[in-house]
Ligand binder design. Sequence first.
Ligand SMILES: Nc1ncnc2c1ncn2[C@@H]1O[C@H](COP(=O)(O)OP(=O)(O)OP(=O)(O)O)[C@@H](O)[C@H]1O
Ligand SMILES: [Mg+2]
Length: 352
Amino acid sequence: MVPFQMVVLMDPMEDPDDILRANRSREKTYIFDVTFDYLANQEEVYRATTRGLIEGLISGYNATVFAYGPTGCGKTYTMLGTDKEPGIYVRTLNDLFRAIEETSDNMQYSVTMSYLEIYNEMIRDLLNPSSGIMELLMRGNKQRTQEPTAANQTSSRSHAVLQVGVKQQSRCLDVLQEVRFARLFMIDLAGSERATQNRGQRLKEGAHINRSLLALGNCINALSDKNGNKYVNYRDSKLTRLLKDSLGGNSRTVMIAHISPASSAFEESRNTLTYADRAKSIRTRVKKNLINVSYHIAQYTNIISDLRCEIQRLQKKIADQAGRQLHSDRADIRNVQGTTFLFLNSDSLLHH
Ligand SMILES: Nc1ncnc2c1ncn2[C@@H]1O[C@H](COP(=O)(O)OP(=O)(O)OP(=O)(O)O)[C@@H](O)[C@H]1O
Ligand SMILES: [Mg+2]
């Protein structure tokens, strides 16, 4: 890694003394928006890649973050992380809820969340409602299909998709309401792998994983095509079907490519960087998701009852305040009466 945007992939087979191969070096340089090495911590990665998406999210822009790369390179670590070093999921959700809280005086939000996996081309729900975000995610991740493989003790055998929906509307009730909504996808892919060392079920999973990753690769190729007229086959896998908008549609999308520094991983690293490099040239068309809801006459009763509640709430507030005021006024009056009484007394004293 050359700070902070460059990766140089060196050929481990290269022999500087081999003059016959001197012009055939496979060394290659790549430029990205930001690059990290092993010293980077979760917070730095989150800040540089994902944090910027949150503001857009609450004003109606879709966003996607996905972790990509070969098996064992740290995708699950980046997205989920550990209790002590939480990853992008939790950091994003914390900041999202903070941003919502800061604007909740005037805006009303509803947030929905789903966590699902694509395992052997089947979609499974990973959540049942529970409390605590990290607990939910950990629990979801435990549910997730994970098996030791030759390359990674805790290898994800499925693609995990955390989807967060944010709907925002003003608290002032009106006949014409502007509603903004946006979806955030956070995706931890299963890693591409060479199947040779895995047998049985692991081999079958590997084939499915590689199949959807191949479909993803094909979509990236088609989308980044310079002439821009290639057919993009999203239907080849559930993964690409789900990622359709994130890849070529209405979404701000961040791809976090992971590679291993090991020389034995050279080919995989090169492959990953090639796709990441192509993905750079994909242009998505981002637009705000906005709908104007003009209420139907039948909904007026709801609006009226909401308004009644609001009026009651405000009346109670005024009454409470007035009560408090009255309390302090009474104290004042007693003082005044006290004075008057004294005055009268002195007056009557004078008289007598
Ligand atoms: N930056 C890091 N710091 C500390 N440990 C890490 C880091 N990155 C990865 N690891 C550890 O390396 C191991 C492999 O990482 P991880 O499971 O995240 O890989 P993966 O890319 O999700 O692989 P797969 O595609 O097989 O699911 C895990 O034990 C993880 O905790
Ligand atoms: Mg994983």
